[in-house]
Each structure stands twice: as C-alpha cells, then as structure tokens.
Ligand binder design. Structure first.
Ligand code: E4P
Length: 217
C-alpha cells in the first residue's frame, strides 16, 4: 500500500520524503491557504522534491474553467495529478483529461456510487473522505471496503486513495479494507512510528547498556 502526505508544507514533505516514506502528495485549496504560498510556486517546488503523483486541485466549478485551470496545473510538471470535485462537470473534465493522457484525482467522494462514476470516467484516483464521513456518524471504512469490492468485481483500474485520515487506526483500517493508498497529514504519518513500549524498551536497553561500561567501536 502506498502512503501519500496530505499537505502543502514543504518542510513536512521534505522530512518524510528524505526518510523514503512518501509515494506522493495531495493538496487542496485549504492546505494551500495554510501554506501561505502561491499555488503554482508551491506545487512546482513539491514536484521538484517528490517523484510520485502530486495532486493539485482546480477551483473552478464549470467545465470550461476547470479545463483551463487543469491545463495550467498540468503544465507545472509531469508529476501533477489534476484534482477535480466529484460533480457532474468534474466527471466530464475527468473524462476529457483521461482521454488526453492526464492523471486525475476525483475528490470529495462520500459514496460508493460516486466512486463508481469516477472509475467509469477513467479517474486515476478516487478519494473517499473517511474522517468527514465518521464526523457525521457514518462509517468511512465501510465505504472504502464497498468501493474495493465493486472495483474488483468489474476490474476498474482507478486506485482508491483513502483521504481525510484523522487517526493511526484509520491508516490500518484503510489498508485492511483494501485502499490502494492512504493520504495523511505529517503528524499522523509520524505517529505510525511511535509506540510507548518501543520508547520504554529502548530506555531499559540504554540503561542496562550504560551499566556494562562497554562501547561499540
Ligand atoms: C485529500 O485529498 C484531502 O486533501 C484531505 O484528506 C481532506 O482532509 P480533511 O477532511 O482532514 O480536511
């Protein structure tokens, strides 16, 4: 399973990318706002650091303007994956971009039927928002599992990109339920490494090692 980082913060991307953990990046207009950067500049910089797909989202909502924005974004780098809202026009743009060989990520997906339409439109990725579904007392993981079943039943190649990840448990559950990719904020990705028993065990080993008076050299 691939791990993407969900941020437009260059330092966060650099830190985990250097560790070799990052297979791609997802951004959205809220993350661009948080970065305080110009979208073209920040996406360009991210693409220069990361080898995998970098999702950059259009902000227009009608077909012609989305196509225009998609053309600007895709010119930044071959890594750019155009992120489109899961709307009627978003699906039309997805179909057109797919036909012309561009990568697409259909975002704001909340139902299995929306994911089915994204796959039929030829999307490279579809992003079901797990955390936002859980926020309204629905079950985001059920949606991931059902999309997996349907994509496998019909051989759809669209990859399931579990998004809106809020906990380390979400990462594990998404993997168990068949997501191809999880995109998560830097804090969650770093939290995957940690366990209190690892910290405690390391402390005991280091204390005992100190008592041996030895050095490895
Ligand atoms: C995914 O591509 C989105 O950028 C992101 O996962 C949304 O997460 P949020 O619900 O925490 O804003």
């Amino acid at each position: 399973m691939k791990l993407f980082i969900d941020t437009a913060n260059i330092n966060e991307i650099r830190e985990l990318n250097d560790l070799g953990l990052i297979d791609g990046v997802t951004t959205n207009p809220s993350l661009i706002l948080k970065s305080g950067r110009n979208i073209i500049e920040v996406i360009e910089e991210i693409c220069s650091l990361v080898n995998g797909p970098v999702s950059a989202e259009v902000t227009a909502t009608n077909y012609d303007d989305m196509i225009r924005e998609a053309s600007h974004l895709s010119k930044i780098s071959a890594n750019v994956c155009v992120k489109l809202p899961l709307t009627f026009d978003g699906l039309r743009v997805c179909k057109a971009l797919t036909k012309n060989g561009y990568k697409t990520n259909l975002t704001l997906c909340f139902t299995v039927n929306q994911a089915l339409l994204a796959a039929k439109a030829g999307a490279t990725f579809v992003s079901p928002f797990v955390g936002r579904l859980d926020d309204i007392s629905l079950n985001g993981m059920t949606v991931i599992r059902e999309i997996r079943t349907i994509f496998d039943n019909y051989g759809f190649q669209t990859e399931i990109l579990a998004a809106s990840i809020r906990t380390v448990n979400h990462v594990k559950e998404a993997a168990l339920n068949g997501a191809d990719i999880v995109t998560a904020p830097s804090a969650i990705l770093k939290e995957l490494i940690r366990h209190p028993l690892t910290d405690k065990g390391l402390e005991i080993f280091l204390t005992d090692w100190e008592k041996t008076g030895q050095k490895i050299s």
